[in-house]
Design a protein around this ligand. Structure first.
Ligand code: CO
Length: 468
């Protein structure tokens, strides 16, 4: 039997792979610290691999670049685009939150997405932490007007051990997918940021999605809990079209599964990716010393490369490190277990949001306050915004008592708002332009200041040599 014959009778359906090395890979493993200069030397070679897309921007990169790396965030996609000519460049966009932590008004969103198209982004993976797609509206208009690819993402979340229960059940995801298709999504992504999706749930979900919608299905997960590779295999068997991977030195642990074993595992099957394993291994070897440069940012506190605690508490990795630092600040680290116990309660009271930026921080901060000072004796400002409706509609109603406490004396009033959040947000772009004055030389500078008023301004001062 020929080695590529196994499964050869079935219809060929090559699995497509998106490479996330230059975004989620280093964001997950190395605190988003990878520098553009370390990407450029391998960019052309990566371009030749035949990835469906390369995710290179968005998520936390914009924040990290201007805040920690003193790099102009707009330069990265522009320079990569000069070298990566065949593979579409993808970014992760937090809907109306863009690459920040709150909903921005429409004028800022329009200008940001427009500029992102100009600097070379082809595929926009758009998500909203509440899966409230009204927060996609403005982004999608601009993406479509520029003829770019709109990938609608659904945040995968659970309240039970497996998919199901009253909130995040199969029907929930199918309804969301149909909504995205109606909005004109070119592809639909299941975004499992915490690595919670189990292999057989992935099978069931992908199979059902393939029947419910016409557009290709893309699966994004993390190896955090240890299930990801099994999950991809079952998703492939169910007919998933695209999966996210990273090159080995930037893969596994809290990152995505690696490209190389995925290609090897499917070799000779009906899902054979057609990617050249030898060529991939060559890049992998070259990426190893690059990753070594950032190893100081890797979590080496445990021997286990996976966090099996996720299987129990379902809290994403990034959120745990935030909780730990918040508790450590006031010498309360010994109360972490209490916070873990409180989290599901606080989450439910706040409308059962998926735990992803920024809701993971919002729920996490409030849970810590509840443990330290008594339930809702102190309410974080972002929780007030959430209770008012400024982030959108939560998957379940917010507890009325909690909402009453949170909105007492709230600046926008005590009556919650139910419309599209950005409809009540006043424009900000011109004010940002004025605040920066001659410090902003370009529209890109203005946007950095509009998104990040304090750290953005500091970055621009350094960029133009006004500050060391
Ligand atoms: Co991710």
């Amino acid at each position: 039997m020929n080695e590529r014959e196994n499964g050869g009778q079935e219809q060929k359906k090559p699995l497509k792979i998106q490479d996330n090395t230059f975004r989620d890979g280093h964001q997950s493993l190395f605190a988003t610290r990878m520098r553009t200069e370390d990407m450029l030397p391998l960019a052309e070679e990566m371009d030749r691999m035949g990835f469906w897309a390369m995710e290179v921007w968005g998520g936390a990169t914009f924040d990290s670049m201007h805040r920690f790396l003193d790099e102009d965030p707009w330069e990265r996609p522009r320079r990569l685009k000069e070298l990566i000519k065949n593979t579409p460049l993808s970014m992760l966009l937090r809907g109306q939150n863009l690459v920040g932590y709150r909903n921005y008004p429409d004028d800022v969103v329009r200008a940001f997405v427009e500029k992102s198209c100009q600097v070379g982004i082809d595929v926009f993976r758009i998500f909203d932490a509440l899966n409230d797609f009204r927060n996609f509206k403005t982004c999608v208009e601009v993406v479509k007007a520029n003829g770019k690819h709109f990938q609608g993402a659904i945040c995968y979340s659970l309240t039970e051990r497996r998919m199901g229960g009253p909130v995040f059940n199969l029907q929930y995801y199918l309804d969301k997918a149909r909504q995205l298709e109606d909005m004109g999504a070119d592809t639909i992504c299941i975004k499992d940021m915490a690595g919670l999706i189990s292999p057989y749930d992935a099978y069931k979900l992908v199979k059902s999605l393939k029947e419910a919608v016409q557009v290709p299905i893309h699966l994004h997960t993390h190896s955090t809990s240890g299930m990801a590779s099994m999950t991809y295999l079952k998703a492939v068997e169910a007919g998933v079209d695209i999966v996210d991977c990273c090159m080995a030195p930037f893969a596994l642990r809290t990152s995505q599964p690696a490209v190389e074993p995925m290609v090897a595992a499917l070799y000779g099957t009906q899902w054979d990716t057609g990617l050249d394993l030898e060529a991939l291994l060559e890049i992998s070897r070259k990426l190893e010393p690059v990753a070594q440069k950032y190893v100081e940012f890797m979590d080496t506190t445990r021997v286990a490369t996976i966090d099996v605690g996720v299987l129990q508490h379902q809290i994403p990795g990034g959120m745990i490190s935030n909780l730990v630092s918040q508790l450590r600040e006031n010498n309360n680290l010994h109360r972490l277990e209490e916070v873990f116990a409180d989290l599901p309660v606080t989450r439910r009271e706040l409308g059962t949001p998926p735990l992803v930026t920024p809701t993971s921080q919002i729920v996490g901060v409030q849970s810590v306050l509840n443990v330290l000072f008594g339930r809702y004796r102190m309410v974080a400002n972002q929780v007030k915004d959430l209770c008012f409706g400024l982030y959108g509609k939560t998957p379940t109603p917010i507890d009325p008592e909690v909402r009453k406490k949170a909105l007492k004396g709230y600046k926008r009033g005590s009556e919650p708002y139910e419309g599209r959040p950005a409809d009540i947000l006043a424009p900000e772009l011109e004010a940002a332009r004025e605040a920066l004055g001659d410090l902003a030389k370009t529209e890109e500078d203005v946007l950095i200041g509009a998104l990040y008023p304090t750290t953005g301004k500091e970055f621009l001062e350094k960029k133009y040599g006004r500050k060391e």
